[in-house]
Design a protein around this ligand. Structure first.
Ligand SMILES: NC(=O)c1ccc[n+]([C@@H]2O[C@H](COP(=O)([O-])OP(=O)(O)OC[C@H]3O[C@@H](n4cnc5c(N)ncnc54)[C@H](O)[C@@H]3O)[C@@H](O)[C@H]2O)c1
Ligand SMILES: O[C@H]1[C@H](O)[C@@H](O)[C@H](O)[C@@H](O)[C@H]1O
Length: 340
């Protein structure tokens, strides 16, 4: 590591998420600094870099990895661009935090997995930030105590205010339900074996041709059933909720985050409007954990295996959406370097 002993991070992609991570590394994270801001749109990169003491700007991710003060890479470009950047970082021996999805499809995820296996050690933490959210962390800890008994069912609700322009029906699964694939696998400790997608009559508020909402059902190799309501044009707020039903009890998260107020004859609170608000603390903890581990030459958190498994489940989900019926998930055997 160079500089003042801090981790020099090249942030690749200066859009919504990349800009938020640049701000975070510059203002919130300890032990790290923004060493470069990269975007194919040079003006966007410049504007974001200006908010981080004018960090160097590039339009080419590979060029941004060359300077000696770049110690690590944070990828926040769109999913289809992730594979090339990951492989370039591997060639330079740089550790990576890669935003979800690792890749949009399982074949690309597998190429990344094979490349990491050749390195013989983990280099990537995948940005499944819910694993760092305080409520999810508490739920996981409770499940680990065994007090609730064996998990039987996991219900999830995932709602966005409005879908971005160009959003497609399959992206509700590959971009949004990708989070629930990870949450389900992590909380239950099971792999997902089959996916079914039900299609309610679309909301009148969904853009033309968008199948929104969708009701997704996972089966797991541990015998649990998981459902996900994904609704990306709900209009009223950004909501992520979950309830796990176990043999001896249930646990629920996501019911309320804001202050509860009493005023003018009414009580209530507010609903977050987007993920940067709802998961602000989770992103802070996620990036801090990555920086801390990287500074100790370690890699923790969601792995390339987790990214590959999520991609394989989402791919099955997209087929289930498009073709109907129940689609089985095809998953390789987990390589030893990714644990059990
Ligand atoms: N963890 C979360 O909750 C969360 C939330 C939102 C987005 N994301 C993920 O973060 C990533 C970025 O999403 P976003 O919403 O910020 O997208 P965005 O469209 O706002 O920004 C992407 C940026 O990347 C740039 N870009 C495109 N191709 C590039 C390339 N090859 N190299 C460098 N820059 C390139 C674009 O010009 C754009 O500025 C996606 O993988 C997305 O799924 C994660
Ligand atoms: O890329 C975003 C992001 O991953 C959000 O966390 C999710 O709620 C959205 O549905 C998705 O589009």
């Amino acid at each position: 590591m160079t500089g003042r002993g801090t981790l020099g991070v090249a942030v690749i992609g200066a859009g919504r998420m990349g800009a938020d991570h640049v701000r975070r590394i510059h203002e919130v994270t300890s032990g790290a600094r923004v060493a470069a801001v990269v975007d194919v749109d040079a003006e966007r990169a410049k504007a974001v870099a200006a908010r981080a003491d004018g960090a160097p700007v590039h339009t080419d991710p590979v060029a941004a990895m060359a300077p000696s003060d770049v110690d690590a890479v944070l990828i926040a470009s769109p999913g289809p661009a992730h594979e090339a950047t990951l492989l370039a970082a591997f060639e330079r021996g740089l550790p990576v935090l890669c935003e979800k999805p690792l890749t949009p499809d399982a074949a690309a995820a597998l190429r990344v997995l094979e490349a990491e296996r050749k390195l013989g050690r983990r280099r990537v933490q995948v940005g499944f930030m819910r694993r760092y959210d305080a409520e999810y962390v508490k739920l996981k800890a409770l499940l680990n105590t065994g007090q609730l008994g064996r998990p039987l069912m996991l219900h999830n609700r995932h709602r966005n205010v409005a879908s971005p322009p160009g959003w497609t029906s399959s992206m509700l699964i590959s971009d949004s339900v990708a989070h629930e694939t990870d949450v389900a696998r992590w909380l239950l400790g099971h792999e997902i074996t089959a996916v079914t997608v039900l299609r309610p009559t679309p909301s009148a508020n969904a853009p033309d041709d968008l199948q929104d909402p969708q009701f997704v059902v996972f089966e797991t190799d541990g015998g649990a059933v998981v459902d996900v309501e994904i609704f990306v044009n709900c209009g009223f707020g950004y909501q992520v909720q979950a309830e796990i039903v176990c043999e001896r009890g249930t646990a629920r998260l996501g019911d309320g985050h804001a202050l509860v107020t009493n005023m003018a004859g009414r009580w209530g609170g507010t609903i977050a409007q987007d993920y940067t608000e709802r998961f602000a603390d989770a992103y802070d903890r996620e990036i801090q954990a990555w920086v801390d581990a990287t500074r100790h030459d370690e890699v923790t958190g969601p792995s390339v295996w987790d990214g590959y498994a999520a991609a394989a489940v989402c791919e099955a989900g997209v087929r289930a959406l498009e073709e109907g019926g129940r689609v089985e998930v095809e998953l390789l055997e987990r390589p030893a370097m990714y644990g059990n």
